[in-house]
Design a protein around this ligand. Structure first.
Ligand code: ADP
Ligand code: MG
Length: 708
C-alpha cells in the first residue's frame, strides 16, 4: 500500500461506495488517512434505555426492532420512526425530514444512536439521533472505550471509514515497515521538531494514530490541536512568504503634499472621521515608500471606505498614474462607478472614469452631458485605458483579462476579495515595467481577530472603527410571529413617508428545507399585504442585465419593496431604503445579519431592522439578541465564533480553512504562536533553504489554492 495509490486499488468497493468516496473527495490512500473523525464517543457516556430522562443528550446502543418512514399529512413532512431496544427496555427514535433513514437502517441492525431525549404523548423518544451501525457492542472502540465517528455520505459509513483507516494505519505504522519515510515522503513531519517540543504537539505519526484510534480523549485532543496548529501555521507561512517576495518588488513613488491633500479634502461635503483620516495617512505614507503597499481597509458597512478609496485614487491620478478598482459583482462595480462619479463631479474634477464588466462598458463624462456617463464600445474603452486617457477604471473580474492593458497602473483597489496575490497584481501590471502596483483591499466583512491574523497575515491593516456622525442608531427588533402585522404596518408607514424596504428570505424558491423563499414571498406580499406597492425580486439566479434594471428601478423608487436573498448583503447602496425585514434569521450568521442590516443604515433617516425566526429555542433568541446589543460587526463575529463554533462561521469555507483548522481559531494564543513561529522562519530564511520539507509542503498547498 502506498499513500499515493488509489483507494479502489486497495479496497474492494461497490459502485455505491465508489460514488460515495468520489462525492467526499477521497481518492488516494493518503486522503483517507487525513480524513479525520468529526467526533468521538466514549463508553462511559453510554446509557441504558431504562435510565433515560427527558432533555438529556446521550448515546444509546441497541437493536432496531422495527422501522418505517411516514408522511405526516397535516404538516406535509416526512419522518422516520424506529423502535430500538437494549437489555433494559425500548425507546422510539424519530427522524424528521429524513425518509432515507429507513433505507439505511433495517430491523435487527445493531446501532449506536446519539441525540436528545424528548417527550411526546406517546412517551419518550430520541429525536433526530446521529446513527451508526455497529457489528457488536463489544467491538466498539476496539476495547479502548473510545470510538471515532466519521461524517458519512450515502454509500460510505462511518464504520467503513474506521475499518479502512485502521487497516491503513496498521500497514504504515507497524514495526516491519520502518522505512516509510523513503516510500512516502508525505508522512514526514513538516513541522520543525523544536516547534513541536515548544508547544507540546505530538509528531505527525503519533497524531495520526491518536486522532483515529485514541486511547483517551486527551490523546485525540492533542492530535487535533496539532493538526489545527499545522494548518494555520502553513497558511501563515505561505502568506508571509508571499509578502516577503512582494516587498522585494519596487512600486511607483506617489507624492502628494499636505496642502494638495487638504485642499482636496476641504471640498468634501463632510468632515472625514478621524479613522478615515488615519487610514488616508497610512496610505499616503505607504505610497511614499519604495515597495508596493499591501493594505487592507476594514470597516463596518457605512464607515466610509469609498471616500478613502477616492482620496487614494486622487493621489494616484494627480501623479499621472492609473487606478484599477475591482468589485466582486457587476452590481457593485456599477455602484462604485456611480459613487466615484458622484464624488468626482461634486469635487468638480473632470477626471475620466471607465467601467468594464462582461456585459457593458461605460465612460464618464459623456460628451453630450458632462454629468452623466455614456456607453462606449469595449475596444474604444480598452484603447483609452491603454493610452492612459482614462485614469480610473472600475470593473468586475473583466478587469484582469488579458486584453485589458494599462498605460501605467499604479494602484489596484479590490473590494471584498482579499486573496488577491502578487501574481494577479503582476498580471495587471503586465511587462510594461518591473514595478508592481500598490494594493488597497477593502472589506466590510467582520471576522474574528484569529481569522484575520491568519488569512490577512500578508496585509497591513487600517481599521475604520468609527462611524460618520449624525447617523441615527438603527432600531433592531426580534419579532414574535404573532406580531408580524405590526412590522408590516411600520413598513407601510415608512413607504408612505417616501422611504423603501427590503425583505430578505433564505431561499430563492421552495426547497428541501422549510424556510421562506423569495419567489413565493414576493407573490404573497403583493397579493395579501401590500397590493398598493410595487414589489421587485432579486437573487443570484437573475441575469446581470435584469438585475441592474431591477436595482435601477429600486434606486429610482419605482420599486418600493425589494424581496431578495442575501445577495444584497455585499454592499448595495440605496440610502432611501430604511426598513429591512429578515425572514428565517436563524439561518444566517450574526455577522451576515449585521451586514444585511447595514443596507438600511445609509442615510440620516431613522432605520429599522425586523427579525423573524422560525426556531424558537432560547439559544437562537440569545444569539439573535446579540444583534441588538453588540457594538459593531467585529463583536458579532467573535460571538459567532464562540457560540456557533468555528465550523459555522458564516462563509468560513471561503477562506480555504478546513474544519480542523477552524478549531484553532477559538484559540488566540495558538494562532499568535503559529504566527510568531512562521514569522521567525520567514525572516531568518526567506527562501526556506534550511526547510526543504516546508517548501515542499507550501508548493503542494499552492497547487490546491485556486485563485479565481
Ligand atoms: P462603506 O463603503 O464603508 O460601507 P460608504 O463609503 O459607502 O461606506 O459610505 C457610506 C455613506 O456615508 C456614503 O453615503 C458617504 O457619502 C457617507 N460618508 C462617508 N464618510 C462620511 C463622513 N466622514 N461623514 C459623513 N458622511 C460620510
Ligand atoms: Mg462600500
Amino acid at each position: 500500500m502506498q499513500l499515493s495509490s488509489l483507494i479502489e486499488e486497495n479496497f474492494r468497493l461497490t459502485e455505491r461506495q465508489k460514488k460515495g468516496l468520489k462525492k467526499m473527495g477521497l481518492k488516494i490512500i493518503r486522503d483517507l488517512l487525513f480524513y479525520f473523525p468529526s467526533r468521538y464517543e466514549s463508553f462511559s457516556e453510554r446509557k441504558n434505555i431504562i435510565d433515560l430522562k427527558e432533555g438529556e443528550k446521550t448515546t444509546i446502543y441497541g437493536k432496531i426492532n422495527e422501522i418505517k418512514a411516514e408522511k405526516s399529512w397535516r404538516k406535509r413532512r416526512y419522518y422516520t420512526e424506529a423502535m430500538v431496544s437494549d437489555q433494559t427496555g425500548f425507546i422510539a427514535a424519530i427522524w424528521f425530514n429524513q425518509p432515507f433513514v429507513s433505507k439505511i437502517l433495517k430491523p435487527e441492525d445493531k446501532v449506536a444512536l446519539t441525540g436528545k431525549i424528548a417527550n411526546s404523548k406517546k412517551g419518550l423518544y430520541i429525536a433526530n439521533p446521529v446513527y451508526e451501525k455497529i457489528s457488536s457492542y463489544e467491538a466498539l472502540g476496539e476495547g479502548a472505550g473510545i470510538l471515532a465517528i466519521y461524517s458519512e455520505t450515502r454509500g460510505i459509513s462511518s464504520r467503513w471509514l474506521r475499518f479502512a483507516i485502521q487497516k491503513i494505519l496498521k500497514s504504515f505504522f507497524t514495526k516491519d515497515r520502518p522505512s516509510l519515510t523513503k516510500d512516502d515522503p508525505l508522512l514526514i513531519d513538516p513541522i520543525p521538531e523544536n516547534i513541536l517540543t515548544n508547544y507540546h504537539l505530538p509528531s505527525l505519526k503519533s497524531a495520526l494514530i491518536f486522532i483515529h484510534t485514541p486511547q483517551k480523549l486527551s490523546d485525540a485532543e492533542a492530535a487535533r490541536k496539532r493538526f489545527s496548529f499545522e494548518e494555520i501555521f502553513f497558511i501563515q507561512l505561505a502568506r508571509l512568504k508571499e509578502r516577503k517576495k512582494h516587498d522585494e518588488h519596487h512600486s511607483f513613488s506617489i507624492k502628494i503634499s499636505d496642502k494638495e491633500l487638504n485642499d482636496f479634502l476641504s471640498i468634501f461635503p463632510f468632515e472625514l472621521t478621524s479613522a478615515q483620516k488615519k487610514a488616508i495617512e497610512h496610505i499616503i505614507n505607504d505610497f511614499s515608500k519604495q515597495s508596493a503597499m499591501s493594505r487592507l481597509l476594514e470597516g463596518d458597512v457605512g464607515s466610509g471606505k469609498t471616500a478613502v478609496a477616492v482620496v487614494a485614487s486622487y493621489a494616484i491620478v494627480k501623479n499621472g498614474y492609473q487606478v484599477a478598482y475591482m468589485a466582486p459583482t457587476e452590481i457593485l462595480a456599477q455602484q462604485h462607478f456611480q459613487s466615484f462619479i458622484n464624488y468626482f463631479s461634486q469635487l468638480r474634477l473632470t477626471t475620466k472614469i471607465g467601467l468594464i464588466t462582461s456585459s457593458e462598458c461605460k465612460k464618464y463624462p459623456s460628451k453630450i452631458n458632462p454629468k452623466e456617463p455614456t456607453h462606449i464600445s469595449r475596444p474604444q474603452l480598452l484603447k483609452w485605458v491603454g493610452n492612459g486617457e482614462i485614469p480610473i477604471l472600475i470593473g468586475t473580474h473583466s478587469l484582469i483579462q488579458k486584453s485589458v492593458e494599462f498605460e501605467n497602473l499604479a494602484l489596484v483597489i479590490i473590494d471584498e476579495q482579499h486573496r488577491f496575490g502578487t501574481r494577479q497584481r503582476a498580471v495587471l501590471a503586465k511587462e510594461k515595467s518591473d514595478k508592481i502596483p500598490h494594493l488597497l483591499s477593502m472589506t466590510a466583512t467582520p471576522i474574528p481577530r484569529t481569522l484575520a491574523l491568519t488569512v490577512y497575515s500578508d496585509l497591513d491593516l487600517s481599521l475604520l472603527d468609527e462611524m460618520p456622525p449624525a447617523r441615527q442608531k438603527i432600531i433592531t427588533e426580534i419579532i414574535a410571529p404573532n406580531q408580524r402585522h405590526k412590522s408590516y404596518k411600520k413598513i407601510r408607514e415608512e413607504i408612505n413617508n417616501g422611504r423603501q424596504a427590503y425583505v430578505i428570505c433564505p431561499l430563492i424558491e421552495t426547497g428541501k428545507i422549510e424556510a421562506k423563499n423569495v419567489t413565493d414571498e414576493a407573490k404573497r406580499l403583493k397579493k395579501e399585504v401590500f397590493p398598493e406597492f410595487e414589489i421587485g425580486i432579486l437573487h443570484g439566479r437573475i441575469l446581470p442585465k435584469e438585475k441592474e434594471k431591477i436595482l435601477q428601478d429600486f434606486r429610482k423608487n419605482k420599486i418600493q419593496i425589494l424581496v431578495s436573498t442575501s445577495v444584497i448583503e455585499v454592499g448595495i447602496d440605496v440610502p432611501n431604503a430604511t426598513v429591512i425585514l429578515i425572514e428565517g434569521a436563524e439561518r444566517f450568521g450574526l455577522a451576515q445579519l449585521h451586514q444585511l442590516r447595514g443596507r438600511v443604515m445609509r442615510s440620516n433617516h431613522q432605520s429599522y431592522c425586523f427579525i423573524f425566526t422560525d426556531a424558537n429555542s432560547d439559544k437562537t433568541r440569545e444569539r439573535l439578541n446579540a444583534l441588538v446589543s453588540a457594538k459593531n460587526g467585529f463583536e458579532l463575529a467573535e460571538y459567532d465564533l464562540q457560540f456557533r463554533g468555528p465550523g459555522e462561521l458564516s462563509g468560513a469555507k471561503q477562506w480555504g480553512i478546513s474544519d480542523i483548522g477552524m478549531e484553532a481559531l477559538k484559540n488566540i494564543k495558538m494562532v499568535e504562536a503559529a504566527r510568531q513561529e512562521a514569522q521567525k522562519i520567514i525572516s531568518e530564511d526567506p527562501d526556506l533553504k534550511k526547510y526543504p520539507l516546508i517548501l515542499e509542503r507550501l508548493r503542494n498547498q499552492n497547487k490546491e489554492i485556486h485563485f479565481e
